[in-house]
Design a protein around this ligand. Structure first.
Ligand code: NZQ
Ligand code: ZN
Length: 390
């Protein structure tokens, strides 16, 4: 087991009507002028926004609203939010919505006290020393942003999607009510299920050797998501299933399932370029690249892929030919993604076969214009990345 530091201080309040505690919680964290940040309208339609603002006002807080966050959230709206916060002397950010609203709030939180351009953090030109406090009321189980230290933002100019991690932007608290997920369409639910699985798979398939405690937590999480994910797709108002998936979403990305391992993250890096260029849903992009990635790299650690097949999918382990169990495990995962309505190729994702020049552009962007390799299990440079996209 590699040495590690585990620090996951987000306070989680989980259950029915959790959102009604927003006002009191923010007050207990010292907030008084609050920006409520949200997406394109689902929180208005569901009545959630009204409940949240009522809770804030009942606690004597001053409330400002900024909606309009799009999936693959844009830098331009975050910049608008930064200006608004400075002008109105906002001291607390509350994101209400999916990972995009939460990530955009984190970007605003970073930008307010920083004199330069907030994009500097996302391109590693600067390190933050301060940020406004952020909290989250997630309405989608997927990105895990409600407990993670990450923010992923797209700069429209150049269609560049970049992630940034820092302890300063980890939410102070999150109010998680599984009933808020009932209105999610089946496709969005399935994208979330895929993303949750991927946050653990990215950690599971990475260097780190034997690591039973973490591996077994990871396998239990994957089995739970495989059991309850399809139930959420078919029965959107099943409280038990939504609860299991919502909690799995947070645990899958607060690093619990990767302690003592390095993490791979190649599939996420491959997907981020797809999200930036084609504005596809993150989970769908991951489902489209993972099977190709897995088949490309599995020879690096066949036993691990075989173990995954045995412990997660219940495939009998062929000790003499672990490559057979490994290959069956990848095919089984691919069929699972397809069964919940996810694309498992780029052609399926885009609805057309991408041209070679598009794959070249994706590749160059994914290497950060020739300045990096990606992956942990296998280091992937320009040629390998291109072949996987292909
Ligand atoms: O904008 P609204 O109207 O709210 O609609 C959203 C949006 O269209 C809708 N939605 C959300 N909750 C709903 C709902 N519709 C009905 N009922 C509800 N309860 O769903 C659509 C997608 O929302 P979005 O926030 O974009 O989805 P998700 O939570 O999957 O977030 C995706 C973003 O998170 C990033 C992704 O790259 C992507 O940009 N990620 C963030 C991570 C992090 N911060 O730790 C890690 C992830 O790996 C990921 O990269
Ligand atoms: Zn993800």
């Amino acid at each position: 087991m590699n040495s590690f530091t585990f620090y996951s201080p987000t306070k989680v309040i989980f259950g029915r009507e959790a959102e009604k505690q927003a006002g009191e919680e923010i007050r207990s964290w010292g907030g008084s002028r609050v920006l409520v940040h949200f997406g394109g309208g689902s929180v208005r339609r569901s009545g959630l926004l009204d409940r949240v603002t009522a809770s804030l006002e009942a606690a004597g807080l001053t409330c400002f609203l900024l909606g309009g966050v799009v999936p693959n959230p844009h830098l331009s709206l975050a910049r608008e939010g930064i200006e608004l916060c400075r002008r109105e002397k906002i001291d607390f950010l509350l994101a209400v919505g999916g990972g995009s609203a939460i990530d955009s709030a984190k970007c605003i939180a970073l930008g307010v006290p920083y004199e330069g351009d907030v994009w500097d953090f996302y391109v590693r030109k600067a390190e933050p020393t301060a940020a406004l406090p952020v909290a989250a009321i997630p309405t989608l189980a997927a990105a895990g942003s409600e407990t993670s230290s990450s923010s992923v933002i797209t700069k429209e100019e150049g269609a560049l999607k970049r992630g940034f991690n820092h302890a300063l932007i980890r939410p102070r608290f999150t109010l998680m009510n599984p009933e808020l997920l009932y209105t999610l369409p089946a496709y969005q639910t399935a994208c979330g299920v895929t993303d949750i699985m991927m946050h653990t798979l990215e950690r599971y398939f990475s260097p780190g050797g034997e690591n039973e405690m973490t591996d077994r937590i990871a396998e239990a999480l994957l089995r739970t998501v495989i059991q309850y994910g399809p139930v959420c797709v078919k029965e959107p108002e099943n409280y038990q299933a939504r609860s299991e998936i919502m909690w799995a979403g947070s645990l899958s990305h607060n690093h619990l399932t990767g302690l003592g391992r390095d993490g791979d993250w190649a599939a996420h890096q491959l997907e981020h370029e797809l999200g930036g260029m084609y504005d596809v849903a993150h989970g769908a992009g991951l489902a489209a690249v993972w099977p190709a990635w897995a088949r490309y790299v599995c020879r690096q650690d066949l036993l691990r892929f075989a173990r995954f097949g045995a412990n997660v999918w219940g495939i009998p382990l062929n000790y003499e030919h672990p490559e057979e169990t490994a290959s069956a495990a990848i095919a089984r995962t691919e069929r699972f993604f397809a069964s919940i309505g996810m694309p498992v190729t780029l052609t399926g994702l885009l609805g057309r076969t991408p041209e070679e020049k598009e794959l070249r552009e994706l590749t160059v962007k994914c290497t950060f214009f020739g300045t990096r390799k990606i992956g942990g299990l296998m280091k992937l440079g320009e040629q390998e990345i291109f072949e996987i996209y292909q």
